[in-house]
Design a protein around this ligand. Structure first.
Ligand SMILES: Nc1ncnc2c1ncn2[C@@H]1O[C@H](COP(=O)(O)OP(=O)(O)OP(=O)(O)O)[C@@H](O)[C@H]1O
Ligand SMILES: [Mg+2]
Length: 201
């Protein structure tokens, strides 16, 4: 087996805004002595920003142009982080996840508008990034980590171990995180609130 072809040169960190991509990338970069490159900066450099999505509060990016630019740069010992990181050809992709109610709190702390928060919490509930990542398959290896009860250093440590191949079969598999139960509990609570209001009439 060609060992050289298995060398990890680029790690991609994707995830809904607020899942901790930048914090984890910094912690991991310190651990590996690597550089962090933000996908937004790459997109800007590539001239791939084609607009602004007011609702989601993010740039609209020509992802094919972004991917081509990333490839041409022949990045090495680099962590690329951003919510479009899964569009780049990376050796290892990590999708960060966060329980929707906790994500909402993290985004409130960023002082985002209620619309922007709702849009992104919904995207997290619907596993949007995971599904896109799964369909794109530009990665050689892909994992998914629930960051809800972990600090960025702990998440970086998990990524480090995954890169070294230290995991049990099925651990941190892409698609292993689901908020279905959380979501059901949430909608149930909301329908109760509607009932209470209704009863007061
Ligand atoms: N594992 C974690 N546990 C608790 N809080 C975290 C964790 N990771 C990040 N945070 C906090 O959540 C907020 C969002 O983190 P961060 O900015 O790293 O996310 P991001 O995914 O890079 O977001 P964006 O897409 O907006 O750049 C920050 O306030 C950070 O301190
Ligand atoms: Mg960030």
């Amino acid at each position: 087996m060609d060992v050289e072809s298995e060398r990890v040169r680029i790690i991609g960190i994707a995830g809904t805004p607020g899942t901790g991509k930048s914090s984890v990338a910094e912690a991991l970069a310190r651990k590996l002595g690597w550089k962090v490159v933000s996908v937004n900066d790459l997109a800007e450099e590539a001239g791939a920003i084609i607009g602004y999505d007011e609702e989601r509060g993010c740039h609209v990016v020509d992802v094919e142009k972004l991917r081509r630019h990333g490839k041409e740069k022949k990045l090495e010992n680099v962590i690329v982080e951003g919510h479009l990181a899964h569009y780049l050809d990376v050796d290892v992709l990590v999708v960060l996840r966060c329980k929707p109610t906790v994500l909402e709190e993290r985004l409130k702390k960023k002082r985002w508008s209620p619309e922007k928060i709702r849009e992104n919490v919904e995207a997290e509930i619907l596993d949007i990034i995971t599904q896109e990542a799964y369909n794109l398959r530009g990665w050689k290896r892909a994992y998914e980590i629930d960051t809800t009860n972990k600090n960025p250093e702990e998440v970086a440590e998990i990524v480090f171990r995954l890169i070294e191949g230290k995991r049990e079969e099925g651990d941190y598999e892409l698609g292993s995180v689901s908020w279905e139960e959380e979501f059901e509990a949430l909608t149930l609570a909301q329908s109760h609130r509607v009932d209470e209001v209704g009863n007061k009439k």
